[in-house]
Design a protein around this ligand. Structure first.
Ligand SMILES: NC(=O)C1=CN([C@@H]2O[C@H](COP(=O)(O)OP(=O)(O)OC[C@H]3O[C@@H](n4cnc5c(N)ncnc54)[C@H](O)[C@@H]3O)[C@@H](O)[C@H]2O)C=CC1
Ligand SMILES: O=C(O)/C=C/C=C(\O)C(=O)O
Length: 496
C-alpha cells in the first residue's frame, strides 16, 4: 500500500464501506483505490449494488418521519455546527484522506479543501437559522386585503452525486444545505475519491445525527451506484456536480419521475487581460486560474485572451512562471502542483497535448510528462502546459480538458473579445483583468457565464449564487439559492 500520505501518523482505512441507516455496511464487490502519486494501492472500496442503494433510500425515507423530521431548525443547525467541530477535531485525518486520494499539495488540502468542508457546514447552519421567507400584503375586491406568506419544508430524500476534483469541498457543498433544510440524504462520492466522505460519515454519526438521515454509498456511475440512485423511484431530487454529458444522462434518468435537479457542470472558461490591467497581478491571477489543483477545477481558465499590445510580454511572463512551478510530492516544501487524479484522466489530458500539436499549436511550455526517476514515474503527473497559435475553433480551444493547460490568444477590440469569449457551448466563469472600472462594469454583464470575476479569480462568498449557463449547469446553489433548491415552498394566503 502507498505510504505517501500527508501525515505519516494518520492511519487510513484499508477498506471503505457504505454508511446506511447509521451503520457501516460492507458489500461483497469491491474496487481498488489507487494513489495518483505513485500508482500504489491505497484501499479497497465496497461497490454498492441496487439492494444497497434501495436500503439507503428506504432508511432516508424512514428518517424523514423520525426525530430529524420533528427537529426545530435551531436544533438542526446546532447539529451541523457539531459536524463542523468534528471535522475540525479530525482535521489532519481529513487532510490525509484528501491527499491520499488526489495527491494534491498538503497546503491546498489544509487551506482550501478541509477548511471549506468546515465552512460549508457552518455557513448553511447559520443561513437556515436566519433565513426569512416571503410576505406580501395583497389587495382584495372587498378592500380588506389578504396576507400571502411562504413556508419552507424539506424536499424529502435528496440524492447527491459528487466528483473527484475537490472531493470534500463539493460533497459538503451539497450535504450541508440539504441537511440544513431538513432533508435526508443518500450521497455518492466519486469512485476516484471515496476517503474523505467515509470519514465524514464517522463524524456525522459521532455528532449524534439520527440513523438514516445521512447515508453514503460507494461505487461507479453507469450501471452502478450512481445510476441505481438516479433511477430510484423514491428519491425526491438529485444534485450533481461533474461532466456535462453525465448531467444529461442523469436528466434522462430522472425525467419519468419528474425529480428536481440541480447541476453544476463543465466549463471552457476564459480569462481576459486588457492592456490597462495591473500586469503582475494579471499574470499571477492567470497562473492561479490555469494551474490550481492541476487545472482540475471547473472554474479554471483554459482560454486566455490578452490585448495585442501586451501579448508577447504576457506570454513570456507566463512561460517563465510556468517553467518554475514545482511539481512533486504532496508534503514537499513549496510544492505547487501534484498529479492528475488518475492514469485514465492523464490519458485524456495527454491526448489533448498531442492534439494541440496536430492542430498547429506552438507549445510555449510543458506539453508532456515530467520525469522524476523515482516511484512518481508510476504516478499520473503531467507538465503544466501553455499553447499559443490555435484558431478559435480548434478542439483544444473549445473542449473542456480539465488539466493544467491554457491557450493564450491575442485580441484587438473589446467587442471582438466579448464575442469570442461567448462563442462557447459552456458558460461557467470568466476572469476580467483591467484597471478601468467603467470597462469592468461594461464588459462583465455582457459575458455569458454564471460567475464573472474582475481582478481576481476564485474569490468565494458562500452566500452568492453559484452555477453556470448553457452546458455548464442548471440552477444555482449557494446562500439562499441553496435554501430554495433544497426546500419545497408552500404559499399560504389568508383573507383579512
Ligand atoms: N466539476 C466538474 O466540472 C468536473 C468535470 N469533470 C470532467 O468530466 C470528465 C470525466 O470525469 P468523471 O469523473 O468520469 O466525471 P463524471 O461526471 O462521470 O463523474 C462525476 C460523478 O458522477 C458519477 N456518475 C457518472 N456517470 C453517472 C451516471 N450515469 N449516473 C449517475 N452518476 C454517474 C460518477 O460516479 C461521479 O461520482 C473529466 O475528464 C473532466 O473533464 C470531472 C469531474 C468534475
Ligand atoms: O464551490 C466552490 O468553491 C468550488 C466549486 C468548484 C466546482 O464546482 C467544480 O470544480 O466542479
Amino acid at each position: 500500500m502507498s505510504s505517501l500520505n500527508s501525515t505519516s501518523s494518520v492511519h487510513l482505512r484499508p477498506q471503505l464501506r457504505h454508511f446506511i441507516n447509521g451503520e457501516f455496511v460492507a458489500s461483497a464487490k469491491t474496487f481498488r483505490n489507487i494513489s495518483p502519486v505513485d500508482g500504489k494501492h491505497i484501499a479497497d472500496v465496497c461497490e454498492a449494488d441496487a439492494n444497497n442503494v434501495d436500503a439507503a433510500v428506504k432508511a432516508a425515507q424512514a428518517a424523514l418521519h423520525g426525530p430529524w423530521g420533528r427537529m426545530a431548525v435551531s436544533e438542526r443547525a446546532a447539529m451541523l455546527h457539531k459536524i463542523a467541530d468534528g471535522i475540525q477535531a479530525r482535521f489532519d485525518e481529513f487532510v490525509a484522506a484528501e491527499v491520499a486520494d488526489t495527491g494534491r499539495p498538503v497546503h491546498q488540502a489544509r487551506t482550501l479543501d478541509v477548511a471549506r468542508g468546515i465552512a460549508n457546514f457552518r455557513t448553511f447552519a447559520d443561513l437556515a437559522k436566519t433565513a426569512n421567507t416571503d410576505l406580501f400584503q395583497s389587495e382584495s375586491a372587498d378592500g380588506l386585503g389578504a396576507l400571502n406568506y411562504t413556508v419552507r419544508k424539506p424536499l424529502g430524500v435528496v440524492g447527491i452525486i459528487s466528483p473527484w476534483n475537490l472531493p470534500l469541498l463539493l460533497f459538503t457543498w451539497k450535504v450541508a444545505p440539504a441537511l440544513a433544510c431538513g432533508n435526508t440524504v443518500v450521497a455518492k462520492p466519486s469512485e476516484e475519491s471515496p476517503s474523505s466522505a467515509t470519514l465524514l460519515a464517522e463524524v456525522i454519526r459521532d455528532a449524534g445525527v439520527p440513523p438514516g438521515v445521512f447515508n453514503l454509498i460507494h461505487g461507479f456511475g453507469g450501471n452502478s451506484a450512481g445510476e441505481f440512485l438516479t433511477r430510484h423511484p423514491d428519491i425526491d431530487a438529485i444534485t450533481f456536480t461533474g461532466e456535462s454529458k453525465t448531467g444529461s444522462t442523469i436528466m434522462k434518468a430522472v425525467a419519468d419521475g419528474m425529480k428536481e435537479v440541480s447541476f453544476e457542470l463543465g466549463g471552457k472558461n476564459a480569462a481576459v487581460v486588457f492592456a490597462d490591467a495591473d500586469f503582475d497581478a494579471a499574470v499571477a491571477g492567470v497562473m492561479r486560474s490555469s494551474f490550481t489543483n492541476s487545472g482540475q477545477v471547473c472554474l479554471c481558465s483554459e482560454r486566455v485572451y490578452v490585448e495585442r499590445s501586451i501579448f508577447d510580454r504576457f506570454v513570456a511572463a507566463m512561460k517563465e512562471k510556468t517553467q518554475a512551478l514545482k511539481i512533486g510530492y504532496p508534503a514537499e516544501d513549496n510544492v505547487d502542483m501534484g498529479p492528475l487524479i488518475s492514469h485514465g484522466h492523464r490519458d485524456k489530458v495527454l491526448s489533448y497535448y498531442r492534439l494541440a500539436v496536430e492542430e498547429g499549436a506552438t507549445v510555449v511550455a510543458g506539453g508532456g510528462i515530467p520525469t522524476f526517476n523515482d516511484e512518481r514515474d508510476d504516478g499520473a503527473y503531467v507538465q503544466p502546459t501553455i499553447w499559443t497559435g490555435l484558431p478559435d475553433d480548434a478542439r483544444c480551444v473549445t473542449e473542456e480538458i480539465f488539466g493544467p493547460v491554457c491557450h493564450i490568444a491575442p485580441f484587438d477590440r473589446e467587442d471582438e473579445v466579448i464575442g469570442r469569449i461567448n462563442d462557447s457551448d459552456y458558460g461557467l466563469t470568466c476572469a476580467i483583468w483591467t484597471s478601468d472600472l467603467k470597462r469592468a462594469h461594461r464588459v462583465a454583464p455582457q459575458i455569458e457565464a454564471g460567475l464573472v470575476w474582475v481582478n481576481t479569480w476564485y474569490l468565494r462568498d458562500l452566500r452568492t449564487p453559484f452555477g453556470g449557463v448553457k452546458q455548464s449547469g442548471l440552477g444555482r446553489e449557494g446562500g439562499r439559492y441553496s435554501l430554495d433548491f433544497y426546500s419545497e415552498v408552500t404559499n399560504i394566503c389568508i383573507k383579512l
